[in-house]
Ligand binder design. Structure first.
Ligand code: SF4
Length: 188
């Protein structure tokens, strides 16, 4: 029997045409910052397992069908048709974060055929994940009292990996590569 081409499964489509910021609130944890709620024009969740597979700094909660990314102090969570941002600096900053994420989604979708999507839950990157890869000598050359304090500052986007001189020694080359990969997106 000749298969009917109409029976072929439909290729999923990623579409995200626009967004609208619906709420700008004070952040409970930090009144200088904003909590912002955004309505998305389309269901963007088809991209989540691809983002989960490719970017170590993006967490994935399959139960809630949400991805979360920390960028500096900001915490950006995307649901299929909604985004909730914490600790952003007003509307302009929220728009910059939305454009960054939309660009990341489009670029990832472009090369989806080279990616095996992951549906496994993945937790947020924490200070311990960073600390484990630092030299752990508490040498203070970075200006922080301990490597753990530096790990927290890295996660919050207040410091960069360049500011830890021992990380540039050959002995830490692999840890440096891994850290750069983990921190690839959070700055910004
Ligand atoms: S410079 Fe690097 S090794 Fe030294 S305390 Fe800072 S993070 Fe730790």
């Amino acid at each position: 029997m000749i298969p009917d081409p109409n029976d072929a499964p439909e290729e999923p489509v990623f579409r995200w045409t626009s967004y609208s910021i619906t709420h700008v609130l004070d952040c409970i944890a930090d009144p200088r910052k904003n909590r912002i709620i955004v309505e998305l024009s389309d269901d963007i969740s088809v991209i989540f397992p691809y983002l989960n597979a490719v970017y170590p700094y993006i967490s994935f909660n399959p139960g809630a069908n949400a991805v979360t990314v920390r960028r500096g102090e900001r915490l950006l969570t995307f649901y299929p048709r909604t985004a909730i941002f914490a600790k952003v600096d007003g509307v302009e900053d929220a728009v910059a974060q939305l454009e960054w994420f939309r660009e990341l989604c489009l670029e990832t979708w472009e090369r989806r055929h080279t990616i095996t999507p992951s549906y496994q839950p993945k937790s947020m990157l924490g200070p311990l994940d960073i600390y484990r890869l630092l030299p752990q000598s508490n040498c203070k050359q970075c200006g922080e009292a301990t490597c753990m304090a530096f790990a927290v500052a890295l996660l919050q986007g207040r410091r960069t990996l360049q500011e830890c001189p021992p990380m540039h020694e050959p002995a830490h080359a692999e840890a440096h590569r891994r850290l750069a990969e983990l921190l690839g997106g959070p700055a910004g």
